[in-house]
Design a protein around this ligand. Structure first.
Ligand code: DGJ
Length: 643
């Protein structure tokens, strides 16, 4: 009898009846179906549901949750692998699943195994209970006897039922970031990618929205958002082959990035953060803003950001002690709380008075600042404001003491001449090299150890990876460069954040080159664009607000005529536009008339009054500048809807 019972129990364990896995946020559900030895399926993503049968009766997407190449899936796969024995096909079937509770979320981990190989993929979904965002990623594990080559390794796949589905995304370039484009999905392939290597947000950005009910609307229509939390090369593909489904695959761009996964090694892909709302693009944006503030801007997401003056457009590289002190005094007079000294303050053998030298030599130029940073900190203290400083830690110039000492630290292929960036001399340090990681960490660490009163760092990055080749990686692993760069970058940022959780750090990359949710969890804000023309900023900030909250969006009042466009718009207009993000100034206070100063003082005072609502509130985009009515209008509302 006992033996019979044991056999029955074993049989029951061996053939799990199909199991519905509800990945739920407060208002949305991603529904999965798991069955022993069968592929895991996604059957639904949308408004919250509780009855799976009802979903199946109404309709079901019924697609494999992580489609792999080689056995029947005839659209762009999420995973493509060359197994140790050369087999190019993969057949993943469900093995087990578990739920892990976190402070504000539940993580569902569903383990799949290749039917014939010791090769595993965990599909993971983190469903938040304080916002309607689900993060999806895969964890790929090689249990085979030899290395397996990952040819394509997307973070996640999402099927979308065909209909009048439109895609909204941002595109641009330096000085013109985040312009919105909207288009219907047609048969064929819609694709968006970035290949710059280290700063992925100028041209295309790693995020998109899909409007399921025709032309995208601000306040209505079922809308899905997808955001890749990665700061390197990415690829979003929507493959519309058949007449039933749009197949969305998003993740790290596999181009020139084959990854050799050693025996026993695990590869974790970056999260694809999904949001669904039936309140149109506005609903999806508000979900991302909430997700960012409550869960993703881990260190300072709940602290009000200070109003500041940044020295760049005021003096460019012509930093002097007298000039810095005058600017500090100027920002204090109009009610600002922080002064940031931008580029131009450093260099010993090579002095940073021109932009072709000294990156990497992070010592004060004593001719410019005879009393050093201590002197400026003392002045700031006297005035009762905080002090911040500019750094470009990942970079060097061939004209620098750093490069002379460590030419092997830069990204460069053997036998190739260096292609240099800004000033004809800029190069990128190889963050895949642990020694370089230590060096980059030490730049911030030394600065903060010597001057603990520093309140803010502007972290700049002005060059792409333009010399593919790592002097650190082996010849066989050169195709790991992009990935190791970002792993190294993240390690450095983690070390900085562990030691300096309260330091405010701005993420800048020649303006908005790094506005992505791969880097932002370690930063407090980003520099939206080097273009500070208020009229063009209306468009750029509008686009940026699709996926990023106002608290993170640095927006500065600048000079007239504007330095980039030579346009003159009234100061009132410039201050209003700057107030819709984290307000700051990029202006030389000494050029302001008394009347202008009074207007700035008033704007800053007004901003301080509404700052908690702008920085912590929910955004409603009321009138789009894209409708060309000569007006753009935004509203910020508290959670309680009382202000
Ligand atoms: C590029 C940044 O976007 C600017 O704001 C400024 O910091 C310069 N670099 C300094 O070189």
């Amino acid at each position: 009898m006992r033996k019979q019972l044991t056999i029955l129990a074993l049989l029951a364990a061996a053939s799990l009846p199909a199991k519905d896995i509800f990945v739920n946020t407060p208002r949305t559900t991603l529904l999965l179906k798991a069955e022993d030895n069968k592929p895991l399926h996604i059957s639904y993503y949308g408004d919250k549901v509780t009855d799976a049968e009802e979903v199946y009766r109404a309709f079901s997407l019924w697609q494999e949750a992580y489609p792999a190449f080689g056995l029947g899936n005839d659209f762009i796969p999420a995973l493509s692998v060359r197994h140790a024995d050369g087999n190019m096909s993969t057949e993943l079937v469900y093995q087990s699943d578990k739920e892990t509770k976190e402070a504000n979320a539940t993580v569902y981990t569903i383990t799949m195994k290749d039917k014939a190989y010791d090769f595993y993929v965990d599909m993971c979904y983190r469903a938040y209970d304080n916002c309607d965002v689900i993060e999806a990623w895969s964890v790929i594990r090689n249990g085979e006897k030899k290395p397996v080559t990952l040819l394509k390794y997307a973070s996640a796949y999402l099927p979308v039922r065909q209909g009048d589905v439109w895609v909204s995304h941002e595109h641009g370039n330096w000085g013109a970031e985040a312009y919105i484009t909207e288009e219907p999905l047609k048969p064929g392939i819609f694709e968006m990618h970035d290949l710059t290597g280290n700063k992925n947000s100028y041209e295309n950005r790693p995020n998109m929205m899909l409007s399921l009910d025709g032309k995208p609307q601000e306040n209505s229509g079922r809308t899905i958002g997808a955001v890749l939390c990665w700061s390197g090369n990415f690829r979003f593909t929507v493959d519309t082959q058949d007449k039933k489904t749009h197949h969305l695959v998003a993740g790290i761009d596999d181009a020139n990035s084959q990854y050799s996964l050693a025996k026993g090694e695990t590869f974790t892909t970056p999260a694809l953060a999904l949001a669904y709302s039936d309140e149109g693009k506005g609903g999806v944006s508000r979900s991302y803003h909430r997700w960012a503030r409550l869960n993703n801007m881990v260190h300072n997401g709940n602290a009000l950001r200070k109003t500041l003056l940044n020295s760049w457009e005021g003096v460019y590289l012509n930093v002097t002690e007298e000039g810095m002190v005058k600017m500090m005094d100027g920002v204090k007079q109009v009610g600002g709380e922080l002064f940031v000294m931008d580029d131009g303050w450093f260099g010993d053998k090579y002095k940073r008075s021109i932009d072709n030298c000294a990156l990497g030599d992070w010592v004060v130029d004593k001719e410019k600042l005879p009393h050093g940073i201590e002197g400026l900190l003392a002045e700031a203290k006297k005035l009762g404001i905080k002090f911040g400083i500019w750094l470009e830690p990942e970079m060097s110039n061939t004209k620098s003491e750093l490069f002379e000492k460590h030419p092997d630290w830069v990204i460069k292929a053997p036998k190739r001449d260096l292609k240099c960036g800004r000033g004809g001399t800029q190069v990128v340090l190889d963050l895949g090299n642990p020694k370089v990681q230590d060096f980059v960490f030490s730049i911030v660490d030394d600065m903060m150890t010597k001057y603990p009163e520093i309140d803010y760092i502007k972290w700049d990055a002005n060059m792409n990876i333009s010399n593919h080749g790592s002097q650190y990686l082996t010849a066989n692993n050169q195709s790991h460069l992009y990935i190791e760069y970002h792993r190294g970058f993240e390690k450095v940022l983690q070390r900085i954040r562990a030691k300096y959780p309260d330091l405010t750090i701005q993420d800048c990359a020649s303006g908005g080159g790094r506005v992505n949710w791969g880097t932002l969890p370690y930063f407090d804000e980003f520099w939206t664009s080097d273009n500070t023309d208020a009229l063009q900023r209306v468009y750029m900030q509008w686009g940026t607000s699709y996926f990023f909250p106002a608290i993170a969006m640095a927006s500065h009042i600048s000079n007239a005529p504007n330095h980039q466009t030579a346009r003159t718009v009234p100061l009132k207009y410039r201050t209003d536009v700057a107030m819709s993000g984290r307000l700051g100034m990029e202006i030389q206070p000494k050029v302001l008339s008394d009347e202008d100063k009074e207007q700035c003082r008033k704007a800053i005072a007004d901003y301080k009054r509404i700052r908690p609502i702008v920085q912590f509130g929910n955004l409603y985009r009321l009138q789009s500048p894209y409708e060309k009515k000569g007006v753009a209008s935004l509203m910020y509302v508290t959670d309680m809807k009382d202000k």
